[in-house]
Design a protein around this ligand. Structure first.
Ligand SMILES: Cc1ncc(C[n+]2csc(CCOP(=O)(O)OP(=O)(O)O)c2C)c(N)n1
Ligand SMILES: [Mg+2]
Length: 329
């Protein structure tokens, strides 16, 4: 990967992080409908996978949907407005945080139903195959989806019909903690492997490893060889289940990548070991791909863009009641 591509991964992850931090700020300031299922800590998996896709590829996501949309270039102002239930939202405020759709960047739906995205992606892949399209479908989902019957059915059908679908699984399950995975199989990837779907398992905290594996997986799917199952293992971000918005690991300071004295608190270990953005920043510095000033400049630009998008969304009006039953194209 050249410098530009490696910096693009850094910028993409940072866009997601700054977006989610602003979602926490909004949740603290407003009483809007919906809960926080933030993508913080999983940026390595999302950016690594999404930057391996073409613009016309179709994707379906879960309750933790914001990161993928930001990675593929959805308008962040419209996303913030949607989260706040405002008229300027991607869905004119009717979908809320869990149902942000943006077909222009490949998201015809997002679904908070665990197992929803995998079935929808298989349906999309079937449609793309019938249309003889060069585009592929992607199912973004967590380990919890393989607890659901529909996970098995979707994998099975995709394998039988050799559908052009990438199964992008983010595994943050941990025995002894809150288990979102209730599978008898020892490893998640044993399930697709038993159905003759090729699999790869990568470290989700390492964006370059995810991206390289995603590029291979996408090439496999696009060449007509059928589905691929890519599993990114993650260490869950400590705030990933919060009911009340908060910053359990603080606001990310990029300088933490070279000054560990800035890292403290109960979750210092998570920040040091698993934060995919700081980890990638450290690699870029160690391999002299970028300087501290270059990384700070990217952050300044991303933070300014994100703040502007959030502030504009906050000024967006609520939908008018008389439009409640109106259909929008
Ligand atoms: C069909 C269904 N059952 C239960 C829930 C409640 N629920 C919301 S998130 C979640 C856990 C999902 O785990 P996973 O897919 O691994 O995602 P993670 O939150 O770990 O990122 C559950 C059970 C739901 N949304 N849909
Ligand atoms: Mg999970």
């Amino acid at each position: 990967m050249n410098k530009q591509e490696r910096l693009a991964l850094f910028e993409c992850m940072l866009r997601i992080r700054r977006f989610e931090e602003d979602v926490i700020r909004l949740a603290m300031a407003y009483d809007y409908v919906g809960r926080q299922h933030l993508y913080i800590g999983a940026e390595g998996a999302g950016a690594g996978a999404c930057l391996a896709l073409h613009k016309d590829d179709v994707a379906h996501t879960t309750h933790r949907n914001h990161g993928y949309l930001v990675a593929r270039g959805s308008d962040r102002m419209a996303m913030f407005a949607e989260i706040l239930g405002r008229d300027g939202g991607t869905n004119k405020g009717r979908g809320g945080p869990w149902h942000i759709c943006d077909p222009d960047v490949g998201f015809h739906s997002t679904s908070a139903m665990v197992g929803g995205s995998i079935a929808l992606a298989v349906g999309s892949a079937y449609g793309l195959m019938k249309q003889k399209s060069q585009a592929i479908a992607v199912a973004h989902f967590g380990d919890g989806t393989l607890d659901e019957g529909i996970g098995y059915e979707s994998l099975n059908l995709a394998s039988l019909l050799k559908l052009p679908v990438l199964f992008m699984c983010e595994n943050n399950a941990k025995p002894g903690q809150r288990p979102s995975s209730m599978l008898a199989a020892k490893h998640l990837s044993h399930v697709p492997a038993a159905l003759d779907i090729p699999t790869a398992v990568v470290n989700g905290a390492n964006v370059e490893e995810v991206h390289a594996a995603a590029q291979k997986a996408v090439a496999h799917v696009r060449s007509g060889k059928g589905p691929f199952f890519l599993q990114a293992d993650l260490e869950r971000w400590p705030g990933s289940h919060q009911v009340h918005a908060a910053f359990p690991t603080g606001v990310t300071d990029i300088a933490m990548a070279w000054d560990s004295s800035k890292i403290d608190g109960k979750h210092a270990d998570w920040i040091k070991t698993y934060d995919p953005i700081l980890r990638h920043a450290k690699t870029l510095l160690a391999e002299s791909v970028a300087t501290q000033d270059e990384l700070l400049a990217v952050d300044q630009r991303v933070t300014a863009d994100t703040t502007k998008a959030r502030e504009t969304a906050e000024k967006s009006p609520f939908p008018v009641a008389s439009d409640a039953a109106k259909q929008f194209a």
